[in-house]
Write a protein that binds this ligand. Structure first.
Ligand SMILES: [Zn+2]
Ligand SMILES: [Zn+2]
Length: 760
């Protein structure tokens, strides 16, 4: 050692175990001729280095800048130590069974190195569909317990061959401690079966045969990373229609997968931001604007301007798509509304009436994880569903909170558990309307708390008395149970993402949420803090005739808004949307409204969108939640002007009248204005109206921060328009970038509200 030798201790926190971090440190130390050691600890990785000051500085720089793709560094602490004159740099075995509080990596796409090896005829893993390394492959979905070692994963049944074992043991190898490491001699295999479970072709030839069957128009169930997909050739309309019929999915768009970006550009527009999202290691489904002419069947996403598109993310996907498809439909392997199938027995039970053939494999999936869905809007990535590739990366909170379980909402459910300053949202669980989804909900809570080694003492849940999640929470033995109002949770989830503490103005816009007065809220202006909120404004109440039926049938909401705006005279309006309603039905609904029979009151903005869509004649019934509102947004013309009248009254809170807006829409419809123009005016009206109210409330309360949350903000015209208008008034605007703005992100808000409530 020279006189100039210095020593440092670096502690790295974050996702740094099981992601090739120690070999990376080892190679970096070699590069800069440093001596010392690296070891896993209970909170991450600890490094001791010694060498010249310049080299130590270079090491520190590259440690954070060039870390492996799966590593997620939260913090590096550095302190000077005494020089111990190490003879070499070593990877030291972890001491004992320290309580693991490190983070587990999500499942990510196959890396370029592995893909190139798989496609090289002289490689020993040529065409092997389960190739992986420390930089890629399955993680979260194959883990059963911690610590993350092979015996705690679904790879435990495969004993590594000597060649794989040698890679696994070699710190300089890309597969050093890659728990799912395998090859054709020792690892999992695919097999092709018919829907009576007769094996047709085993192993690698199965993939070629599967591609032939897809080309011939058959429906295949394909086992993937987080569950089964149902696949058909996206260019084959007959096959796509057949899949819709068998899956009981009438119009909801199907996601598609293409081999590469060039293929995607044949049918969709890919901007530079979308390209980044598509090629990211998480490989989410990305919403892309359709091109006018393409080979993709119209049945893939009827009535929609967008395709949901992803690139291949498993080796198997690449092998399949190599056979020259424009795109494959790759939709969740389930019947409408059920959880996606993961288990082979379960898949044959549930999917044999949908799929003609099954391309399966024998690496078990311990926990299902649907594909994530994102779009690029308003200058940022927005989640429509946060699942595979992102879970279980936590949201980092502004301070430490107690360990909490938040049960989420009824639709698009996710759960959230917290540990110190980290909030872990689960993968997408789904709509808790049937028993199998409820079972999956309970399974996810058990799994997530087990692999995070948590036993939450506080439970947060929604105020709605009938939610299954509420009943579940009430039956738990926890000491503290905190009920959280839905729209408050929405706003706090966004505050948590942006680490906001003090009071904000919150625009909480969605379809349904149980209010403190028992009404159904959804067009709310809150003045919110983490532990409390005040309802500063809201849409004036209208009845929802038939309750849940009014969500499925927007024409009922149209009648309610029309009756509210015109009284019983609305029947005389020259409106095609009203004329086509059966007279008997119309009388019944009008009576339900005036007498308040099975017609709960609502201030929901989602319902106002539905009502306006129905009045415009866009849709009087929906096949999936939010369909009418989505189609109204799609119809909007970019180059039109005009705003409808609007106004509000006060009785403690601002009560926004819907009648003038409805009257404006009706005038335009009766004057045969184009629907695109009406939609555009309606959006502009909402933007003006809410901006004006935020300015007023901001002045009254001395607040200048506005937080946007709730499913309605999936509407990008409203999100971008409102953001711009508020910013022009010098208000600071915050919207979701880490979790979905819809109910999929709400469990984060519930957890933070509960923590703030307990703390007081
Ligand atoms: Zn790899
Ligand atoms: Zn092997």
């Amino acid at each position: 050692m020279t006189d100039h030798c210095v020593a440092k201790r670096l502690k790295v926190n974050g996702i740094v175990q099981g992601v090739g971090f120690r070999p990376f440190v080892f190679q970096l130390a070699e590069k800069f001729s440093l001596k010392g050691a690296v070891a896993n600890t209970s909170s991450g990785v600890s490094i001791h280095i010694e060498g010249s000051p310049e080299n130590v500085t270079s090491f520190e720089k590259e440690l954070s800048e060039k870390s492996p793709p799966l590593a997620y560094i939260v913090e590096i602490s550095i302190k000077t130590e005494t020089v111990k004159n190490h003879a070499e740099f070593a990877i030291v075995k972890s001491k004992g069974q320290a309580k693991m509080s490190t983070l587990i990596s999500p499942d990510v796409s196959v890396c370029d190195d592995c893909r190139d090896e798989m496609l090289a005829p002289d490689d020993r893993r040529y065409h092997y569909p389960f190739i992986n390394c420390t930089n890629c492959g399955p993680r979260y979905t194959i883990i059963d317990d911690i610590p993350y070692d092979r015996p705690k994963t679904s790879m435990r049944q495969f004993k590594m061959c000597p060649l794989c074992q040698a890679e696994y043991d070699d710190p300089t190898d890309r597969r050093f401690h890659a728990q799912p490491n395998a090859c054709a001699d020792c690892g999992p295999h695919v097999g092709l079966y018919d829907n009576r479970r007769n094996e047709i072709i085993p192993h690698t030839h199965a993939v070629k045969k599967a591609a032939d069957l897809l080309k011939a128009g058959h429906i295949l169930a394909i086992k993937g990373l987080g569950g089964y997909h149902l696949a058909v050739d996206a260019a084959n309309t007959v096959a796509v229609k057949q899949l819709r019929r068998r899956k009981l999915r009438e119009e909801k768009p199907f996601a598609i997968m293409s081999y590469d970006l060039e293929g995607i550009r044949q049918y969709a527009r890919v901007g530079s931001e979308e390209e980044k999202l598509l090629t990211s290691i998480q490989r989410p489904i990305v919403l892309l604007k359709k091109k006018k002419l393409s080979a993709i069947s119209k049945e893939v996403a009827p009535g929609n301007k967008y395709f949901g598109v992803m690139l291949p993310y498993t080796p198997l996907h690449y092998l399949l798509l190599e056979h020259g498809f424009d795109a494959l439909v790759m939709t969740s392997g389930n019947l409408s509304e059920e959880p996606i199938a993961i288990d082979n027995d379960d898949a044959f039970n549930r999917l044999s009436k949908i799929a003609d053939y099954f391309l399966i494999h024998n690496r078990d999936i311990y926990l299902r994880s649907d594909d994530s869905i994102v779009r690029y809007a308003g200058g940022a990535r927005r989640f429509l569903r946060r699942s595979r590739g992102f879970v279980p990366i936590p949201v980092f909170l502004k301070n430490e909170i107690p360990s909490i379980l938040a049960c989420g909402a009824e639709l698009k459910n996710t759960i959230c558990v917290t540990r110190q300053d980290k909030a872990f949202l689960s993968q997408h669980i789904g709509d808790l309307e049937n028993l199998s989804t409820y079972e999956f909900f309970k399974l996810t809570i058990a799994h997530l708390t087990r692999i995070l080694d948590l036993d939450p003492e506080i439970v947060a849940y929604d105020m709605h008395p009938d939610y299954l999640t509420t009943r579940y929470a009430l039956e738990l033995p926890a000491d503290h149970k905190i009920q959280v109002q839905h729209h408050h949770a929405h706003i706090v989830s966004c505050m948590a993402e942006h680490k906001l503490g003090d009071a904000v103005i919150g625009l909480s816009f969605d379809g349904t949420g149980f209010g403190t007065d028992g009404a159904i809220w959804g067009g709310e202006i809150l003045v919110a803090r983490e532990h409390e909120f005040e309802r500063a404004g809201h849409l004036a109440y209208v009845p929802m005739p038939g309750s849940a039926a009014a969500i499925k049938e927007p024409w009922r909401m149209a009648v309610s808004y029309l009756q509210n705006a015109y009284g019983s005279n609305f029947c005389n309006l020259d409106l095609p949307a009203v004329e086509k309603i059966d007279n008997g039905k119309l009388t019944v609904i009008a009576e339900m409204i005036s007498k308040g029979i099975n017609s709960p009151l609502t201030s929901s903005l989602g319902r106002l969108f539905d009502g306006v869509a129905a009045i415009c004649g866009i849709r009087d019934r929906v096949n999936f939640e939010g369909q009418a509102a989505m189609e109204l947004e799609m119809a909007a013309l970019e180059d039109s002007d005009g705003v409808y009248d609007y106004g509000w009254g006060t009785d403690g809170a601002y009560k926004i009248f819907t009648a003038p807006i409805i009257q404006g829409v009706v005038d335009d419809v009766t004057n045969a204005r184009p629907i695109g123009e009406i939609s555009s005016r309606f959006h502009r009206t909402l933007i003006c109206l809410f901006t004006e109210l935020c300015v007023i409330i901001g002045k009254e309360r001395e607040l200048n921060r506005v937080v946007l949350s709730g499913g309605v903000f999936q509407n990008s015209i409203l999100l971008t328009g409102l953001t711009r208008a508020l910013e022009e008034k010098n208000l600071k605007v915050f919207s979701h970038q880490q979790v979905p703005t819809n109910d999929g992100g709400i469990s984060l808000g519930q957890a933070v509200v509960a923590a703030a409530t307990i703390n007081r």
